[in-house]
Ligand binder design. Structure first.
Ligand SMILES: C[S@@+](CC[C@H](N)C(=O)[O-])C[C@H]1O[C@@H](n2cnc3c(N)ncnc32)[C@H](O)[C@@H]1O
Length: 355
């Protein structure tokens, strides 16, 4: 690739998924001192004086690979600082996603740069474990993991997420991490706020938290929307029910609700309904604990032991407080904590059912 001599370049680049939504098109660049096996780079190029970054993106894609971009959507502006054979590069990148028309071939497609040099176009897997080379700009990786998927309606997105757990339930259970200290503290707090009595767990998954709550003196109704998780729990001798918190009877009354890393799979309108439904099955003063991923928008991710794509909605503290209060919950606190992967931040909510 030709290296710009200008000190800081402005670029417009594209994350372009395939139809199966499991890989995206990138150019394959030759080895450098820093990346001896080569590296991947998003398709796109420099913004020319007088054009917008959107115009630049469309022009570059047309010039480099002879394609149009459909359903173009701006994602973020990221900064990329790197070295190629020791020479410093510094780019401000306007990052987009969109569908290429036509799609580059599975193999043999080529990108032609403005200076006439060429590079193969390859399909880079969405599964980070399956990609042998780094991607530039490197901050795009986090965006690959939260791409919007415009071709799926909400019902299909929900079903696809549940199916992802259904077909990976054993792998998820086998790789479930042990309780860490912050989560143990969360469990202690929840148990002491509830006092004693019966609580409902939404999304029990493999069942680690239910056991920890019982060890703290609570009685737990285990539930999950994913039949494979419920089957595992029943096979292990526990009472557990397949429950969709949006539609199914939630039972009750309960003294609390525990939903760890679960409500993040609800869309924002679904969240408002589910929080309201949960409030209706909890006694006045009852306690809600839920954890969500912090951030803007929503997107799809493939990570950890669940190799299929799952849809996530990201929340900001203020939005979350508003939706909680509207549903009849008074937040006790919303704590911010780092996640285990992808440089995530989490929001840990503790709230009381308002009377
Ligand atoms: C990341 S797992 C967390 C499981 C468990 N709480 C844990 O901490 O290991 C997400 C859970 O959300 C459930 N889930 C997925 N989509 C859902 C939806 N639309 N409504 C309710 N639960 C959902 C899954 O079945 C799964 O149990």
């Amino acid at each position: 690739m030709a290296v710009d001599s200008a000190p800081i370049r402005v670029k417009a680049m594209l994350i372009a998924p395939n139809e199966e939504f499991d890989a995206h098109a990138v150019s394959l660049l030759p080895p450098t001192a820093e990346n001896p096996d080569g590296y991947h780079r998003l398709i796109g190029g420099s913004v020319e004086p007088g054009e917008t970054h959107e115009q630049a993106l469309r022009r570059e894609v047309e010039e480099e690979i002879g394609a149009q971009v459909e359903e173009l959507q701006f994602l973020a502006c990221v900064e990329s600082i790197f070295t190629i054979d020791g020479r410093l590069g510094h780019e401000i990148v306007f990052l987009y996603t969109g569908r290429l028309d036509p799609l580059p071939a599975e193999s043999g497609a080529v990108l032609t740069e403005g200076d006439g040099s060429t590079a193969p176009i390859v399909w880079r897997s969405f599964h980070e474990q399956q990609v042998p080379l780094p991607l530039y700009p490197s901050d795009a990786v986090a965006w690959v993991h939260r791409l919007p998927r415009n071709d799926l309606g909400r019902d299909a997105a929900r079903a696809e997420t549940v199916q992802a757990y259904e077909s990976n339930a054993d792998a998820y259970a086998d790789n479930a991490p042990d309780l860490n200290e912050p989560m143990s503290t969360n469990l202690d707090r929840f148990a002491s706020l509830v006092g004693d009595g019966r609580v409902v767990e939404i999304g029990s998954g493999p069942g680690r938290d239910a056991l920890a709550l019982e060890a703290r003196g609570l009685t737990v109704q285990r539930t999950d929307i994913t039949p494979a998780f419920v089957k595992r729990l029943i096979d292990a001798g526990y009472d557990a029910k397949v429950v969709d918190p949006l539609r199914d009877d939630l039972g009750g009354p309960y003294r609390g609700v525990w939903a760890n890393a679960v409500l993040l799979h609800l869309s924002r309108p679904e969240m408002a309904i589910v929080l309201h439904r949960l409030r209706q099955v909890v006694v006045d003063g009852g306690v809600l604990m839920c954890t969500l991923k912090e951030g803007a928008g929503d997107g799809w991710s493939r990570h950890g032991s669940v190799q299929a794509a799952r849809h996530f909605t990201f929340w900001r503290e203020q939005q979350l407080r508003e939706v909680l209060e509207a549903a009849g919950w008074t937040p006790i606190d919303v704590q911010h904590s780092p996640g285990r992967k992808l440089e995530e931040q989490w929001l840990n909510v503790m709230a009381r059912a308002s009377s």
